[in-house]
Design a protein around this ligand. Structure first.
Ligand code: PEP
Ligand code: MG
Length: 855
């Protein structure tokens, strides 16, 4: 069923009833036929023998394919095949006996076309048997000239013994998910099952074969079966085929609704010319205009390192097995989190790599003398290219799946071939399935002007980093993103989470004008960014920046930060392949204090776990990492991680103050512990910290905790007794309060930190802290939202720490507001029934100049 590659009519020379005594004699005899017919220079025969010394050309089922070395292709004058029929067989390799010696002299793609025909033939044992003994040359010539599928090689395409007709009623046609289900069911049957559409036939056990039928809704097919329990097999496949109809229709309905919603107007910039729109979730505001670059295997250079077929085949076999395990785990995990339908994507991917066409093609390339990684990559590329070229958007999506899964296998074959992120020279909007936080952290905003991921959520660390980098980003855009053609012009709106494809010149001009207006507003805000965030009635709210290394400090200060409210130290671990030593950490913390030049610095101890997994720590895999040994729980179990970090911090504090400082002088450093759930945790951590401080002879350093779980917010008064300050992590507090995994794409729109339940927990935290006169900050994402910042100030939060770029907008908004009005607004917000009602207060309230400059 592969689309036929033009075969530049190779000559087919046949010698019947040949009886070469040895493999070498067989090759020489075939080469002589090719030489005599002018296909090859005589030296190519030697090249064939040389190839045989380094690779086994036994293809299977008595068929061998001797051919010359790649470097000797110039010795081929015309493409040609010389077939020796050896009825008694000739010993080939390791006891294998050849009956059909097909010597190939091929230019360009001819070789692979011939191989494809041969592999089809190999699947038809009866026909092969006939060719071994036939006395008609035409039978052999015919078999090697056909592109039709096995069993349908001559004459009209025939169905198998038992059949039924069906009209495709899946609105999106036969796409990968239902096709994978057909294959799954077909594979449980011993009988052969065939699907025919007109003259095209596919084996129901081959996913790629089925997909290549390109079946669209309304097209008629005949499904037939023959062999063991054929009636039972037909009944089972019929139930599978028709049983999916209702679900497919419902899915199409949902997709249509989502598309209609995506096309509707949004609050923010709207194009006038209704371009094709993909909707995700806004993760980092701003408009970017430029070409799409999809992170794809095209970025990979796979070296061709030939190796013996036996070890190569073993490596491929293991890589396929390991990838299948990986996909199964992914599917199971997805099923638990998102449900069966989404998990089906990975089950379909697992079918793709088990496809016989794909594996055969890879093996053929290996037989041809290519290395295993190269052969696999080329096979994937070729089949994906063919799928994409059929002009069917559904199949183009499957091509993306095939490439995706192909990359997984490649990484298993050779870990050095994990996809690199080579970028085009011109700035681009980067599209990826998802990016690990450390990948995002490494992006250069000059080259990546926008970021769109198929997966992820707005509070994922990828989104946070995109905001830090000032790269407009959308997340959860869905798998359709990955099927976009390279270079497609687009406008990405990271505020509304829309991606507009092939925009008109008028829309591009309008987007540029909008961007210019936004820039002017930002400039207005920026002019005031150095002023304190003091409300009109004189209440100062402290503002800090969330930055992770000393190099980011100057920019944060320039944006108006008064200090650093959150330094996430796990990035010291995530961004490198090993654990930083105490001295390395000391350098970083001392560097931060120096860069801040006396301004406050709050360093959070390691918060590993959840979506921040550090592979080199080799921590046990957990079913629910967000509910597992994360943050403080890990620190208490791993003194080897906690203690060097605390020592490095206290040493930095001590050296910052200096030996001659008067007693009692503090460094402007505070230490904060993540993911606290109980008083005993705080007490144990305090004890460890105090022991280390005393041992080092460091000055007192305030110790605070993150309020990130409802238990901590509810018990804030008890916790406040034992620590110096709180910082509320609204990203996690939202996740745990609303029971929504912060990475869950489907639920991401509901994971709103302005949900009244979250606001009430913040209110409780502030009340608990006030009882012990403790300082409360917020360092989660909502602190950087001008309206969110107003609510937090109204709830009694003293400090807001955010991505540096959010500082000017937040400060301008607070400077335009009155604290009395903010308090009233906050208590009104806590009384609302849902997050939408809270957000509606934003537009409804022009309270006492609340909107300030930013409105
Ligand atoms: C938070 O949870 O809000 C927070 C600031 O911590 P992180 O995002 O690093 O988990
Ligand atoms: Mg957190």
């Amino acid at each position: 069923m592969l689309a036929p590659t033009p075969l530049s009519a190779p000559r087919i020379l046949v010698r019947l009833a040949a009886a070469p005594a040895t493999k070498e004699a067989a090759i020489r005899e075939a080469a002589q036929l090719l030489t005599a017919s002018g296909c090859i220079d005589g030296a190519y025969g030697d090249s064939m023998l040389r190839r045989e010394a380094v690779a086994n050309t036994f293809l299977g089922h008595g068929v061998v394919i001797p051919h010359g070395m790649v470097d000797d292709r110039h010795l081929v004058r015309h493409s040609g095949l010389a077939v020796l029929q050896v009825p008694d067989g000739v010993l080939w390799h390791d006891g294998q006996v050849a009956h059909l010696v097909v010597a190939i002299a091929a230019q360009s793609d001819t070789h692979i076309t011939v191989l494809r025909r041969l592999t089809r033939l190999i699947q038809d044992e009866a026909r092969l048997e006939h060719l071994r003994t036939t006395t008609a040359e035409a039978d052999i010539v015919g078999a090697l000239s056909e592109d039709t599928a096995t069993g349908a090689a001559s004459g009209p395409v025939t169905d198998l013994r038992q059949r039924f007709d069906w009209t495709v009623d899946y609105p999106s046609g036969l796409h990968a998910r239902p096709a994978a289900h057909w294959v799954e069911v077909a594979k449980t049957c011993a009988a052969r099952i065939q699907v025919r559409h007109g003259a095209q036939v596919a084996d129901a056990k081959s996913l790629i074969g089925l997909l290549q039928l390109g079946l669209r809704c309304g097209e008629a097919v005949t499904i037939s079966a023959e062999g063991d329990d054929e009636a039972g097999a037909l009944a089972r496949i019929c139930a599978a085929v028709t049983g999916l109809s209702a679900g497919e229709k419902a899915a199409a309905q949902r997709a249509a609704e989502a598309a209609a919603k995506a096309a509707g107007p949004v609050a923010g910039w709207n194009p006038a010319d209704r371009p094709t729109t993909l909707a995700g979730i806004g993760a980092s505001p701003g408009l970017s205009i430029g070409p799409i670059h999809v992170l794809a295997s095209a970025d990979l250079v796979v070296p061709d390192a030939p190796e013996p077929l036996t070890t190569g085949a073993d490596r491929l076999h293991h890589a396929l097995g390991a990838t299948a395990d990986q996909l199964k785990a992914l599917a199971d995990d997805t099923e638990r989190r998102l449900g069966k339908a989404d998990a089906g994507i990975f089950r379909a991917q697992a079918e793709l790599i088990a496809d016989t066409d794909l594996i055969t093609l890879a093996c053929q390339l290996m037989v041809e003398g290519h290395g295993v990684a190269y052969a696999w990559h080329a096979a994937v590329d070729r089949l994906a290219g063919q799928l994409a070229a059929l002009g069917n958007p559904v199949l183009a999506g499957r091509a993306a799946d095939l490439r995706d899964v192909g990359r997984r296998v490649l990484a298993q074959i050779d870990p050095a071939l994990r996809s690199g992120h080579a970028l085009p020279d011109a700035p681009c909007i980067l599209v990826a399935s998802d990016l690990a936080p450390s990948d995002t952290a490494g992006l250069d905003p000059a080259r990546v002007i926008g970021l769109a991921t198929a997966q992820g959520g707005p509070t994922s660390h990828t989104a946070i980093l995109a905001r830090t980098l000032g790269i407009p980003a959308l997340v959860a855009g869905g798998p359709g993103l990955l099927a976009l053609a390279e270079g497609t012009p687009a406008i990405l709106d990271g505020g509304t989470g829309r991606l507009y494809l092939d925009p008109s010149a008028a829309d591009i001009a309008a987007a540029e004008a909008w961007r210019a207006r936004q820039r002017r507003q930002a400039e207005d805000e920026a002019r005031q960014r150095a002023l304190p965030a003091r409300t009109r009635d004189g209440h100062a709210v402290a503002v800090g920046a969330n930055v992770n290394n000393p190099e980011q400090v100057p920019f944060a200060l320039d944006q108006g930060a008064e200090g650093v409210g959150l330094m996430r130290t796990e990035f010291l671990f995530l961004e490198r392949g090993d654990t930083p030593s105490e001295d390395d950490q000391y350098e970083t913390y001392a560097g931060m204090l120096k860069a801040l030049d006396g301004r406050p610095l709050i360093v959070r101890t390691l918060d590993i776990g959840g979506d921040k997994q550090v592979s080199h720590l080799q921590l046990p895999k957990e079913e629910n990492p967000f509910l597992g040994v994360r943050g403080a729980r890990l620190l208490l179990r791993r003194p080897d991680l906690l203690e060097p970090q605390l020592r490095a911090l206290y040493r930095a504090a001590k050296d910052h103050v200096g030996p001659d400082a008067p007693t009692g002088q503090h460094a402007p450093l505070s230490i904060m512990m993540p993911m606290i759930t109980s008083v005993p945790e705080v007490l144990r951590l305090r004890d460890i910290a105090e022991r280390i401080r005393v041992a080092i002879g460091a000055p007192y350093v305030p110790l605070g905790i993150m309020i990130e779980v409802p238990a901590a917010a509810i018990q804030a008064d008890a916790l406040a007794r034992h620590c110096d300050f709180f910082s509320i992590g609204t990203n996690d507090l939202t996740q745990y309060a609303l029971a929504i995994d912060r990475q869950n794409t489907e639920l991401a729109p509901e994971a709103d930190s302005l949900h009244p339940a979250v606001l009430r927990l913040i209110h409780m935290t502030c009340a608990g802290a006030a009882r012990h006169k403790r300082f409360v900050g917020v360092c989660g994402g909502i602190a950087g939202d001008p309206f969110g910042a107003c609510l937090l100030a109204g709830l009694g939060v003293h400090e807001l720490s955010m991505t540096p770029r959010d500082l000017p907008g937040v400060k301008a908004r607070l400077r335009g507001a009155d604290m009395a009005a903010l308090r009233a607004l906050a208590s009104q917000a806590c009384e609302q029934e849902d997050a939408a009602a809270v957000r509606a207060l934003d537009t409804a309230s022009d309270l006492a100049g609340l909107a300030g400059v930013a409105a």
